[in-house]
Design a protein around this ligand. Structure first.
Ligand code: C2E
Ligand code: MG
Ligand code: MG
Ligand code: MG
Length: 292
């Protein structure tokens, strides 16, 4: 009797399930072609030193310009890329492209500039990943310190043997490792002792309330203080207002990133911004005796 009663539902569910599966498969096959068809690109968001106001670095953020649908944001395709394993090839492309662009900026006179690249859990688990990173740095003549790999707490909380080996190897090489979205993943901090982390990125959900919400103020202040005690760098993400900048400056947060300083932009826009910054710095020192 269950069969007879449920027959219509069963057909309904298969129909909608099929649609979902088909959509998922369609995205996956389009994504598979995105790389060879040149549809992937990187935008860059400035990371700013709060004392000097200068751009020290940029985070590379992936975009997919799909001919039929326009610009697709990472949250709409990175999960598919991760589940399908396509993230390995795509992630390697991101790393190479970001390093190529950093080389261009360094050659354009921004010698101290560095780059931050997001790493997915699967990439970090890939055997030989640190060799790939070393090869890409070498290809572009970049020192390992110029690269900052952003990893999420989930990678650090359930590390496989390969993860541990890879992260230790990268850090021994001199590559910097940052914890992305810090404070949102897990309440345990023990991984900070086990891994060679260089920086914490305070998640924007805390930064959003630092000018108005007492618990966001307390949490952000505590993360900054903890980072200082652990000799880690700290960077605030999602900074949108002057009030937030004021709070972060008075609480000795060294670095910040967010719409207040610049939205993710194409490489040419950031090039223009960097040049403008150099000109302003040159203008300020013009007429003054040159330091010896
Ligand atoms: P994320 O690494 O935490 O990157 C920061 C996200 O916050 C970016 O979103 C950025 O556009 C956004 N954002 C920056 N400043 C502000 C602000 O002031 N206000 C608000 N409301 N948002 C701000 P996006 O570009 O959509 O990227 C989303 C996520 O996708 C990233 O989060 C990262 O986890 C992932 N992702 C992006 N590119 C890559 C990649 O190449 N590889 C991997 N594995 N993941 C990536
Ligand atoms: Mg990130
Ligand atoms: Mg983040
Ligand atoms: Mg985030």
């Amino acid at each position: 009797h269950a069969k007879a009663k449920g027959k219509g539902n069963y057909q309904f569910f298969t129909a909608s399930l099929n649609t979902a599966v088909q959509q998922r498969l369609a995205i996956e096959s389009q994504l598979r072609n995105a790389l060879p068809h040149g549809e992937l690109l990187l935008h860059y968001q400035p990371q700013v030193d709060l004392r000097s106001g200068r751009i020290m670095s940029a985070e590379a953020l992936l975009r997919w310009l799909q001919p039929a649908r326009g610009m697709i944001q990472p949250l709409d395709f990175i999960p598919v890329a991760e589940e399908s394993g396509l993230i390995l090839k795509i992630g390697e492309w991101v790393l190479r492209e970001a390093c190529r662009q950093l080389r261009v900026w360094r050659d354009d006179g921004h010698a101290g500039m560095s780059i931050a690249v997001n790493l997915s859990a699967r990439q970090a688990m890939q055997p030989g990943f640190s060799d790939v990173v070393a090869a890409i740095l070498e290809e572009h003549g970049l020192p390992p310190e110029a690269l900052d790999l952003e990893i999420t707490e989930s990678v650090l909380m359930e590390p496989s043997e390969e993860n541990i080996a890879t992260l230790r190897c990268l850090s021994a090489m001199g590559v910097r490792l940052s914890v992305d979205d810090f404070g949102t993943g897990y309440s345990s901090l023990s991984y900070l002792k086990r891994f060679p982390i260089s920086a914490l990125k305070i998640d924007r959900s805390f930064v959003a309330g630092i000018a108005t919400d007492a618990s966001d103020m307390a949490i952000t202040d505590t993360i900054i203080a903890m980072a200082r005690h652990l000799h880690l760098q700290v960077i605030a993400e999602g900074v949108e207002t002057a009030e937030q900048v004021e709070f972060l400056s008075t609480h000795a947060c060294a670095l910040a990133q967010g719409y207040f300083f610049g939205r993710p932009m194409d490489a040419d826009c950031l090039t223009a911004l960097l040049r403008q910054q150099e000109q302003e710095a040159a203008g300020r020192t013009a007429g003054q005796p040159r330091p010896r």
